[in-house]
Structures are given as C-alpha cells and as structure tokens.
Design a protein around this ligand. Structure first.
Ligand code: GLN
Ligand code: ZN
Length: 755
C-alpha cells in the first residue's frame, strides 16, 4: 500500500442529513419494518441517497466529504454496534439489521434502548448501555463498506466516527465510572484507524462534542491520554477531532497538546478568534473553522465569516471552511419551498445553501474576495433587507413589553389562590385528569389532509373536529374524570399549531428534520416580532366546555417550548424572543378566562432541553425561562387555576425553577421512576399541586387498578392528599382508543379506592 497524502483540505461540512430530501429513507425503513420491502431494497434506497449527496457536495466544490454520518437510525447506536456494545438482550437476533433495529425500537419481547436529547438539539440519540458484562469488540464492516462505496465513486472521503470520550460520557454505564472504560476502547479505535487507512482514508473525523461540556481535570487528562495514544498508532489516517455545539474551553488546549492533525471548532455557538489565538499550539494543525451555522437556518454574514477566517490564518498554518456542526439539524434545501415570500427566503440558508456558502468562503479565503464579489454583494443585500423589514420590529409589541412592570409576573400567594380556586371548582380530593391529547385517530389525520388538499372546506373540518371533541368529552364524562380536556384533535403538533397562527413565524413545506429514527419534524421559523392576530384556541375550548358542567382545561404551549422546537431568529436574544411569545400566550389565557374557562394549562415539556451545556450559563437561562412562563401565566385572575406539564422526571439542574414557575398544579412523569422524584421536588421547596404520572403512556400496556393504587399510595408518602392530582404521565395522542379507555377507567377506580 502506498503512503497516503494527508494534505489539508479547504472546504467541508461536519456531517450530513440522512432521511432524504423527500424523506425517502423514512418511507423505505418503515416499509421494511412493515415487511413490504426487503433489506436489499432498503440498502439500495440508502445507497442512492448517499450517492446523490456525494455528487452534490463534490459539484459544490467540497474537497473533503464526511462518510459514515449516514445512519439507518442513529449515530450513537451505530457507534455502539461498531464497538460491539449492543445490549445482550438483542444478541439472540441473528440478522444484524434486525438486531440493530431491535436495539433502536424494541420488539414484542425486547425493550429498546432509552432515547434522549443529543446535547441541546432536538435530535434524540439512543443511549448505549454499558455494564460489567459489556466486552467491547470491533465491528467496522458497515463503516468500511460506506468508505469503499465512496472511494469507488471517487469521493475524497473522510470517515466519521464518534470519539471514545463522547461515546462513554453519553452512555449509561453501570459498575464503573464512564471514562474508566476508555482503556478498553483505545485499542479498538487504534485498530479501526489502521483499517480505515488501509482502505484508503487520508483523514478520519472523530466527533467529540462532549468536549464543549464542563470537564473535570481528570477527564481532561483522560482526553489528553486517549489522543496521545491514538496518534501514536502506526499506519493511521490524519485525525481531525471535531468539537461542536459550544466552546471547547480547556479541552482545546488539551487537544492542541496532542499530535492530532486537525481540530474542528464551532465558531457560531462557541469559540471566537481570540480563543483560538490563545492556544499557540494550534498553529501546526489544520483548523476546521465552523463559521456556517449548521443548526439554524439563517444566511451567513459572509463578510464577517471571511474576516474571522482571515484572522484565524494568523493562528494556524492551514484553515478549512466548514459548517459549525453536522447538517443533520437543518432541512435539505430552500429550492423546494414555494410558499416563502422572496424577502424571507433571501434571509435563509438550508443545507444546500450552506454548502454553497462554505464553497464561497473557501474561494474568498484562498483566491481573494474579488473572486466572490457577486456572492458577497448578494449576502449583504439580504442582510440589509432583513434589517429593514417591518416584520422584524413591531413597535406595538415592543412598547407593550417595555411597559410591563414587575406586577406582570406576580399572582397572589399560592395559598390564597388555592382557596379561591377550590371554591370555584369544588373538586374532590385526588382529582383525576389527563394531560391534554386523546388518540389522534386516522379520521383526524384524514380530515387534516383533506383540508390541506382542498378536498373539504374549513366549515367541514371544524364540524369533524367538533365531532371528535364531543366524543372525547362524552368519554371523559362516562369515565367520570374530574377535570376534562378537549383532546387536542385540531393540533398537528403542539408548537406548529401555535406558530401557524402567530405573526412572526413562517412554516416550511418540506423542511423536515430528523427528530429520531424515522420520526421527522418540520420546525417553524421564528423570524420576526411575535404577535397574535386573533384568539387561537378559544373556539375549540369553549365548544368543549359547552358540552359539560365539569371544568375543561384550556390547553396552551409555553413560550420556552415554542422556542425550543422552532428555528429561532439570531438577531436578538432568546430571552427577548421568549418574552414576545409569552405575551401572545398571556393574551390567549386572558381570552380563555373571559370566555368562562376556569383552568388553563401551559405545557413546558422543553424547559429542561434548552438548558445550556455549561453550568456557568445555566442560571441566566433559568431566570429568563421562568420569567417567560410567569409572564405567560400571570395575566389571569387568581381564581383561574394554572396548570403546567413537564414531560420528564429527572429535574436535576432545573428543580428549583419548577417551584419558580409558580403554577398551581404541575404534572410530571413519575411512573418509571417510582415516585422518587416527589422527594426531590419537596426538598426544593415546591408546595403546590402536583400530578405525578401514575402510569407510563409510552407503553401500550394497560395498567391494572392495583398497580395504579400502588403508585398513588407511594405518591401519598411524599405529598399530602390536598396537593395530589391523578393523571397519566403524558398526553395520549400516540395511544389507541381502546387502551386509553381501559387505562383511564382503571385510573379513576384507583383514585376512588384511595380516596
Ligand atoms: N398537552 C400535550 C399533550 O397532551 C402535552 C404534550 C407533551 O407533553 N409533549 O399531548
Ligand atoms: Zn408530556
């Protein structure tokens, strides 16, 4: 084998989306699961998608192409498979693809791996389980096959793997501290490097996003040790360590002190040129400068990026232009969007447009700005149009926010509110309720599709939705729940539904982004000042309330969650955007109150997700997010009961914030953690109403009365009866109607017997 050249490259991206521009992989994978196509067809779809991506990248002038960021489900799961760390419970499944999917989504008899958020993005990864029984072994065939396929297509391929530090820190380890196992992984990575070099890879990218979180001195020492050992191995490709989603902090110095040939730095979310200049040892490395935002949709300020790049050339001998992170987090291309107005479109860059920006910047850096004068002028014109657009600054919204005093986020003391509310609601002890949504039946989905295609008119759509609401109210009456909901049939998605009705947001047609596996979302784009042209939920909720004497909750999504699940504007702080959204939600709660609604619920399932990765940044976030929630919920009278719902039970750093929300009732997930979370809540000083989910809605299993009674008794150990509510742990939209009815019947029976 002849020696491979490690010459630096000039233009790249850190990773690629994989679901396909028209979600082709999603469709093929689901067909495979349904037994409609075989594995060969699935592989062929995947191959064709990769081929198209490579062609696009090469014709755009990218001279180093990431290979191996393709995945049939998730990159952490791929890494677990690569390192022989799939859980034992799937080992009996013969076929490797089916074994892989079993670990991802479970089977009748096998529990899947847990899923959680990938850093502070909306992408979910599968959490590898590493126990004393795990023996790591290398299985590089899939990656080698993708490499061979790329080389065959004459692609300048740079294989990508998740690094050992990130893999272990993100896994669930039992029996030892996570990084204690790193010594077992190093020889496997060394072997992998050897195999990749032998297969023709000149560079390998090792992703270590965990380096942008707070690392202890010991962890930094491990980092240094690992990369010293990896670089010491013979016959290896040049190593690019990729950090992203924030500032690598002291990890940058640690990496610079090793022999790695390149470091990728996120210059959008994290570091700036001064941080790089402060680490002189970077001078001999290839600096892969993430100046094009890989996770938001705004067009790059090319002048600013070029000046960043030029300054970096003073601190490193070679600089390559890149996206700040993988393009996994943005839609494929703007080209297919037909509904965006020209101004808005000119402010945006999706995947394909970002790749073009990378090329322009590389050309500007290497051949002078004159060579890209036209592109620079276009970017400047777009930026000017964005600044001047009246939708960006709504004087009325700004004046209202400026005029709000401290009383705007204050309600009467909780005890006082409790008395007023109880007087009005007359609820029994241990009131029963649900989180909001009822099963999204195919009738509901068909009606929505028919409306979109113009097959039915708005009046017919409303008629069908009201029909659904009527059925959900009747069911709840029959089951004798105490606090009812309308079931949310009219909501495609809890954020999109509101974004579509608020000024300042735009929707895409094909802006799909992978959320996990084959599930994709289409985040709305928050581009301007937010205002509410008309009430958004009042008709539905009052209709539901007209069908029953029991209180119906008005259901809203909170400002933090709306931001977390949108692409947000980058020209003002998140805190400022949150206040604008909060004001719109506040107006809605007041309208609901004025229409006679006695309870409003403002869901904030994403409160914890947006928590900054570094501890030093967390308090400021918690301050503004709690403020935004209170702004959204303090406009109503003290006699209106405010509920919130949080989708998780591991509160960790956000626990104090939950009491700070000052909601009258908070429903949380607790079934899987056996109510232990209630003690943590109490310890944080929380003393309002709480509805710890008494059964897990993520499973199709119907819980028995005994089991729910047990959960309630456990909850009563921690929470006095006056504060305890009885509810499932999340919305019911993904469940089947029969299961839901049976489970709720048992829940009501359990509440009765405990009363
Ligand atoms: N009210 C929403 C529902 O029931 C809450 C969803 C969520 O927690 N993500 O569907
Ligand atoms: Zn939930």
């Amino acid at each position: 084998m002849t020696a491979i050249s490690h010459s630096p490259f000039s233009a790249t991206v850190l990773g690629l989306p994989r679901v396909g521009p028209r979600r082709e992989l999603k469709r093929a994978t689901e067909s495979y699961w349904a037994g409609k196509i075989d594995a060969a067809r699935l592989h062929e779809t995947a191959r064709a998608l990769r081929r198209d991506q490579y062609t696009e990248l090469i014709s755009a002038g990218v001279d180093s192409v990431p290979v191996g960021t393709f995945s049939y489900y998730d990159q952490m799961l791929d890494t677990a498979a690569l390192l022989g760390a799939l859980p034992d419970r799937v080992a009996g499944i013969e076929d490797p693809l089916d074994r892989y999917f079993a670990a991802a989504r479970g089977t009748e008899s096998v529990e899947p791996l847990e899923m959680t958020k990938w850093f502070d993005t909306n992408y979910h990864y599968l959490v590898p389980e590493i126990g004393p029984e795990t023996t790591f072994t290398l299985h590089p065939d899939e990656l080698l096959a993708q490499l061979a396929e790329a080389i065959e297509l004459a692609v300048p391929a740079r294989p990508v793997v998740i690094g050992p530090i990130t893999f272990l820190k993100l896994a669930k380890t039992t029996g030892a501290a996570a990084l204690d196992r790193v010594g077992e992984l190093v020889p496997l990575y060394q072997e992998l490097l050897r195999r990749l070099a032998a297969a023709g890879a000149a560079w390998v990218q090792i992703d270590e996003p965990a380096l942008v979180t707070d690392l202890t001195a010991d962890e930094l020492a491990v980092l240094r040790g690992v990369y010293t050992e990896l670089t010491a191995s013979a016959n290896r490709p040049a190593i690019l360590v990729a950090t992203y989603f924030g500032h690598p902090g002291p990890a940058l110095e640690a990496l610079a002190g090793t022999e790695v040939e390149g470091v990728a730095i996120d210059l959008v979310a994290g570091a700036d040129v001064a941080d790089v200049a402060a680490v002189p040892a970077l001078v001999n490395k290839l600096l892969v400068a993430g100046v094009v935002d890989g996770r938001n949709v705004w067009r790059t300020d090319l002048d600013h990026a070029l000046s960043t790049l030029a300054t970096l050339l003073g601190s490193a001998n070679s600089v390559a232009v890149s996206t700040s992170c993988s393009l996994l987090h943005v839609p494929y291309t703007l080209a297919v969007e037909t509904q965006l107005d020209d101004a808005l479109r000119s402010w945006l860059a999706f995947g394909a447009e970002k790749i073009a920006e990378v090329r322009v910047l590389a050309a500007g850096l290497n051949s002078g700005t004159e060579s890209v004068a036209a592109e620079l002028a276009a970017a400047r014109a777009a930026a000017a149009s964005r600044k001047a657009d009246p939708r960006i600054g709504n004087a009325q919204v700004r004046a209202r926010l400026a005029a709000l005093g401290p009383d705007a986020v204050r309600r009467a003391p909780a005890e006082q509110r409790r008395t007023l509310q109880q007087g009005r609601l007359q609820l029994p002890p241990l009131p029963t309720t649900t989180i909001g949504s009822y099963p999204q039946t195919s009738a509901i989905r068909l009606a929505r599709a028919a409306l979109r295609k113009g097959e039915i008119d708005r009046a017919e759509y409303v008629r069908r939705m009201r029909n659904e609401i009527g059925e959900v109210i009747a069911l709840q009456e029959k089951l004798e729940l105490d606090v009812l909901v309308h079931g949310e049939p009219e909501r495609n998605d809890m954020v999109q539904y509101f974004a579509e009705q608020l000024d300042g947001f735009a929707a895409t047609e094909l802006g799909w982004v992978q959320s996990y596996g084959t599930r994709c979302v289409r985040p709305p784009i928050l581009f301007g000042d937010v205002s509410r042209p008309a009430a958004m939920t009042v008709d539905w909720i009052t209709y539901a309330q007209s069908l029953t004497d029991k209180p119906v909750k008005g259901m809203l999504t909170g400002p933090v969650t709306i931001l977390a699940w949108s692409f947000v504007r980058d020209d003002q702080s998140l805190a400022d955007s949150a206040r604008q959204v909060a004001l719109a939600i506040r107006d809605e709660t007041v309208d609901l109150q004025n229409a006679g609604i006695r309870i409003v619920q403002v869901d904030e399932p994403a409160l914890r997700e947006l928590l900054p990765l570094r501890v030093a940044d967390q308090q400021a976030y918690l301050d503004w997010s709690v403020h935004a929630f209170r702004l959204a919920t303090s406009g109503v009278a003290d006699s209106v009961q405010v509920h919130t719902h949080l989708c998780y039970s591991e509160f960790g750093e956000v626990i104090d914030a939950i009491a700070g929300l000052d909601a009258d009732v908070t429903s949380i997930e607790a079934a899987r953690s056996h109510m232990e979370v209630l003690d943590d809540l109490n310890a944080s000083g929380f003393d309002a109403g709480v509805g710890p989910g008494v059964y897990d809605i993520h499973s199709p299993r119907v819980p028995g009365v005994e089991e729910i009674t047990g959960s309630l008794r456990a909850a009563l150990e921690a929470v006095p009866a006056e504060r305890l509510w009885v509810n499932p742990d999340c919305g019911l939209k993904t469940r089947g109607p029969a299961e839901v009815e049976a489970a709720l019947r048992n829940m009501v029976a359990a509440a009765r017997s405990v009363r």
